[in-house]
Ligand binder design. Structure first.
Ligand SMILES: [Zn+2]
Length: 371
C-alpha cells in the first residue's frame, strides 16, 4: 500500500517513540484479550453442550410412544430399495447376499425402536428407591449407553439419593434389568498381579483371599515338618487351620514366627514364605462371618442377612472350574481368535452351558419338542 496522504504538521504526527509505545500498548491489550477471548469461547462451548444435553434429556423424558416417524419409515424403505437394486444389478449375488442386505437395512430402524421403547419404559418408572421404596432426593438425569443386539442405545434415566439406604439409585436401570451389583467380591489366590488388576478395574470391590490357597500354605509347612499324611502333621496344622477360619491371621503369623528360630535354615525359609503371604493378604482373610452363616443355615437358625451371606464364596473353585470349561472350548489345538469372534462365541457358549439356548432362539425349544 502506498501512502498518498500528505503529511500534516510535524507536531500532529506522532514521533517514532510514541508510535512504538502505542504498538507496545496494543500488543499488551491483545495479549490480555486473547486468553479472555479463549475462555469466553470455551464457556460458550460448555454452555452450548449443556444446553444440548438438557434438550436431549427433555426430549427423552417426553417420549411416551415407541414408533418410527413417517419420514424414517420412508427412508428405511428407500434404503431397502437401493440395496436390492444393487443386488439385482449383479446376477452373481445369491440369496445369502439378499438376506445379509435386508438384515443390515433393518438393524438401524430396530435400534431406534429399541432405544425409544426402552426410554418409554424408563420414563414410566417412578423415581423412588428400588430397595426400600423411599423417596429419592437431589433428583437429576443422566444418560447411559447400552450395547444391545441392534447396536448402542442411549437412555436417559432419573436418579437420586436415598437417605435411608445411604445410596444413589437409578430406578429405571433396575426396572430394565440393567441394575448393577450392590456388592462386588473379588476372590483370588494371592498373586500380586491380580490384586493390582483388581485395584485398577474394580477399586470398590471387596477382596478376599481364596481360603483353600491360604490353607495350602499351612499344609505345606506341616508336610515339611512332619511328613506328608502323618498324624503329627494333621495334629500340628488343625489348630492353625481353625485360626485361619476364625479370622485370627495375626495369631497364625505369630505361631509361625515363634516356630521359625527353632528350625534348620532350609526349613526356616519354607516357614518365611507363608508368613509373608499371610502378612501381605491379612486384610483379605475374612471368612468367619460367611462360615458361621453357613452353619446357622444348616442348623435352620439363620437370619435373613445370614442366608444371603452363606452364599458368598470363600474359595475360587467355582471360578476356576468355569475357566477350565471355557478353556476346553477356546484353547483347542490350532485355534486362534479375534476379539470380536472370541467374545461372540463366548456368549453363545455361556448360553449353551447354562441351558438358556431357547432365550437366544425361542423357536429352538418348540421345534425340539415337535421333533
Ligand atoms: Zn432406599
Amino acid at each position: 500500500m502506498t501512502l498518498t496522504t500528505p503529511a500534516t504538521t510535524p507536531a500532529a504526527q506522532p514521533s517514532r517513540q510514541a508510535r512504538r509505545a502505542q504498538a507496545r500498548q496494543a500488543a499488551r491489550a491483545a495479549a490480555r484479550s486473547t486468553p479472555q477471548t479463549q475462555t469466553g469461547r470455551l464457556t460458550e462451548q460448555i454452555l452450548e453442550a449443556a444446553a444440548a444435553q438438557a434438550a436431549a434429556a427433555a426430549q427423552a423424558a417426553s417420549l411416551a410412544k415407541a414408533h418410527l416417524a413417517e419420514a424414517e419409515v420412508q427412508a428405511w424403505l428407500h434404503d431397502i430399495d437401493a440395496r436390492l437394486a444393487v443386488i439385482f444389478a449383479h446376477p452373481e449375488q445369491n440369496l445369502g447376499h439378499i438376506e445379509e442386505q435386508l438384515a443390515r437395512s433393518v438393524k438401524e430402524p430396530l435400534r431406534w425402536l429399541a432405544q425409544r421403547a426402552a426410554q418409554v419404559q424408563a420414563n414410566a418408572v417412578a423415581c423412588q428407591c428400588p430397595q426400600c421404596q423411599g423417596p429419592l432426593t437431589q433428583q437429576k438425569c443422566l444418560a447411559r449407553t447400552i450395547h444391545s443386539r441392534f447396536g448402542p442405545l442411549t437412555l436417559w434415566r432419573g436418579y437420586g439419593w436415598c437417605a435411608r439406604c445411604g445410596q444413589w439409585h437409578f430406578p429405571a436401570d433396575y426396572a430394565l434389568g440393567l441394575g448393577q451389583a450392590q456388592l462386588v467380591l473379588l476372590l483370588a489366590d494371592g498373586a500380586l498381579w491380580i490384586w493390582n488388576l483388581a485395584q485398577d478395574r474394580f477399586p470398590d470391590a471387596r477382596q478376599r483371599l481364596d481360603l483353600f490357597h491360604a490353607e495350602e500354605h499351612l499344609w505345606a509347612v506341616a508336610h515339611d515338618l512332619y511328613g506328608r499324611g502323618t498324624p503329627e502333621a494333621q495334629a500340628w496344622v488343625a489348630p492353625l487351620l481353625q485360626q485361619l477360619r476364625d479370622d485370627q491371621t495375626v495369631a497364625v503369623i505369630a505361631s509361625l514366627a515363634e516356630l521359625k528360630p527353632r528350625l534348620r535354615e532350609a526349613q526356616q525359609k519354607k516357614v518365611q514364605t507363608p508368613i509373608e503371604y499371610f502378612e501381605h493378604n491379612a486384610p483379605r482373610m475374612k471368612y468367619k462371618e460367611v462360615l458361621e452363616a453357613r452353619k446357622a443355615c444348616e442348623a435352620g437358625q439363620a437370619t435373613e442377612p445370614q442366608r444371603q451371606l452363606a452364599n458368598h464364596p470363600v474359595g475360587s473353585g467355582a471360578i476356576e472350574s468355569a475357566c477350565r470349561q471355557y478353556q476346553c472350548r477356546f484353547k483347542r489345538t490350532g485355534q486362534f481368535w479375534t476379539t470380536p469372534g472370541d467374545e461372540a462365541l463366548l456368549g453363545l457358549e455361556t448360553l449353551w452351558r447354562n441351558g438358556r439356548w431357547d432365550q437366544l432362539y425361542p423357536h429352538a425349544k418348540s421345534s425340539a419338542a415337535l421333533n
